[in-house]
Structure formats: structure tokens, C-alpha cells
Design a protein around this ligand. Structure first.
Ligand code: SAM
Length: 283
């Protein structure tokens, strides 16, 4: 059994302070770091006085370079892999390397940290109990609309990465295919010009029109509106408990809050409140 480990290390998505103490220790201790962009990773390493040697491994070289990295791991050298930003493998290289290591019987160790989609979801105000990360949309509008069509019935919040130049076109296609749902555009997270726009897709389109959008963006769109009907009673009861702990008391407020959080009809949440109250009266 090989003893060396492959560490998959998440790095900041903008703000260099968003790196864990463990990530810094691992980056310091491994024999070398494989990086998607060695110049960019060097900036992070310089900021923390880390001098570990770097080798490059990006999309076009991941397949050809993986075998030599695996050989070094089998020789007993610990390796860390970092992408340009965020978590490796999430719309970034890493998948082939991780699978090469698994096949060779090498332990693959996650060093968790930022990822833009989850950071955006955490402040979106959209339901978070269920979501689907869909990565980048296709470039061409016809392919993009077909792709969106395949996501139309999804109950969970949809998470997309998008380039600023295509943002308006994509939001327009989303409104056409998915309907005028609630959505969020999260731009330049953790950076100087961080901006979170919330509203319906139509309202967002209006806010974006005539504007030159710069930087990096995540787009989130609420799930299929009727899909909350499938949420289990247990999930609703948990959400009710949480809302009660958050200070809500009246059944009407509780039902509204749970409906907003889980996308379930208010009536369903209200009926469950009444039913569980009746049951506890009987016991
Ligand atoms: N591996 C990264 C992660 O874990 O989030 C994603 C890499 S992907 C090549 C780059 C895309 O992530 C950008 O086009 C943008 O959609 C999103 N992204 C990365 N950093 C971001 C940030 N600071 N703010 C908003 N979106 C960001």
C-alpha cells in the first residue's frame, strides 16, 4: 500500500485571507505542488512565505502529466494539487488526477475551502436544502436553451458559472426557458467590487441592460416552482423547528417562512403545524 498522499487543496476565490491553516500547512509540507497556473499559485505562496516547488498541470496537460505525478506519489512523495481558484475539479482540472490516484491505490485527501457556487448560494436567499450545480452553460444560444430545458423540472436551486460577456444573453435564455423565477447574480465574491443582485430573471435582465459587466459571476435560479410539493413532512418539520428557534411564533408566520425556505405551498406547511399541534394535544 503506497504511503504518500495526494492532497486536493481548495484555495481563495479572490481574497487571499480565505485559506485555511491546514491548507497552508499542507502546502508547506508536501514535496511539491501541482498547480493549474503556477504564476497565480506563486502569489498565494509568496503571501504566506511558502517555498515548496511548483509544477504545472492544467486542462490540456492533465491527462499526459497524471502518470508522472502518480509515479512520484508511488515513490513516496506527497503531492498537493491546487486549481487557479476555489476547489479543484469544480469546473477546473482535478478529476483525471484524482481518478489516477484512486486506481493506483493512493490516498486522496480533501483539504476543503472556498468554492464560488457555494459561497454564492450561502448568501443568495434562495432555498438551500436542495440544489444542482450545473457548471458553465454552453456558448451557443440553441445549445444553451436545450441544456436549460433539461433542467426545467429540477426542484432544487440551480447554480451556474458564467462569463461576464455572456451574462445578459444567458439570463435572457433562462427567463425564456425556465420562466420568470427568482434569481441571483453574485459577482466578484470576496473581492473589492463584490456585488449581489437579487430579483426575478426579468428584473435582473433590466438591471443588467446597458451595463458592461466585469469580473467573475455565479448565477443562481430558483428551482421548479411546483416541485416543493415533493418535500417530505420530516423536512418541513425540521424547517419549522428551525424557524421557531429563529423566533417566529405565529402559525401563519411559520408557514410563510417554511414555504419561502423550502418552496412548499404555504397551505401544506400550515396544515402540518395544525396536525402536529393536535397530535401533541392528544398525547
Ligand atoms: N474551481 C472554482 C470554484 O471552486 O468555484 C471555479 C473555477 S471556474 C474555472 C471559474 C468560474 O467560477 C468563474 O467563471 C465564475 O463563474 C466562478 N467564480 C470564481 N471565482 C468567483 C468569484 N470570486 N466571484 C464570482 N464567481 C466566481
Amino acid at each position: 500500500m503506497p504511503t504518500a498522499r495526494l492532497y486536493i487543496v481548495a484555495t481563495p476565490i479572490g481574497n487571499l485571507e480565505d485559506v485555511t491553516l491546514r491548507a497552508l500547512r499542507i502546502l508547506k509540507e508536501v514535496r511539491f505542488i501541482a498547480a493549474e497556473d503556477t504564476r497565480r499559485t506563486k502569489k498565494l505562496l509568496n503571501a504566506y512565505g511558502i517555498r515548496t516547488p511548483l509544477v504545472s498541470l492544467y486542462d490540456q496537460t492533465e491527462r499526459s502529466r497524471t502518470p508522472s505525478l502518480i509515479r512520484r506519489l508511488l515513490d513516496g512523495q506527497d503531492v498537493a494539487y491546487v486549481a487557479d481558484a476555489g476547489t479543484p475539479g469544480i469546473s477546473d482540472p482535478g478529476y483525471i488526477l484524482v481518478n489516477g490516484a484512486i486506481e493506483a491505490g493512493i490516498s486522496v485527501v480533501p483539504i476543503p475551502g472556498p468554492t464560488a457556487s457555494i459561497a454564492a448560494l450561502s448568501v443568495s436567499g434562495l432555498p438551500m436544502h436542495r440544489f444542482l450545480f450545473a457548471g458553465f452553460l454552453p456558448n451557443r444560444s440553441s445549445a444553451r436553451r436545450r441544456f436549460l430545458e433539461s433542467l426545467k423540472e429540477e426542484a432544487g436551486t440551480l447554480l451556474f458559472y458564467e462569463s461576464p460577456g455572456r451574462l445578459q444573453e444567458s439570463v435572457r435564455d433562462m427567463a425564456v426557458v425556465l420562466g420568470n423565477r427568482m434569481a441571483v447574480v453574485a459577482r466578484e465574491l470576496t473581492k473589492l467590487h463584490e456585488e449581489i443582485l437579487r430579483g426575478t430573471l426579468d428584473a435582473l435582465l433590466e438591471q443588467l441592460s446597458g451595463r458592461e459587466v466585469k469580473g467573475e459571476v455565479v448565477v443562481l435560479v430558483g428551482g421548479h416552482p411546483g416541485a416543493g410539493r415533493d418535500v417530505s413532512d420530516e423536512s418541513i418539520l425540521l424547517a419549522l423547528e428551525e424557524a421557531r428557534r429563529g423566533g417566529l411564533l405565529s402559525s401563519r408566520d411559520l408557514a410563510a417562512e417554511v414555504s419561502r425556505r423550502l418552496g412548499v405551498p404555504k397551505k401544506k406547511a400550515y396544515e402540518l403545524i395544525v396536525r402536529t399541534a393536535d397530535e401533541s394535544d392528544l398525547s
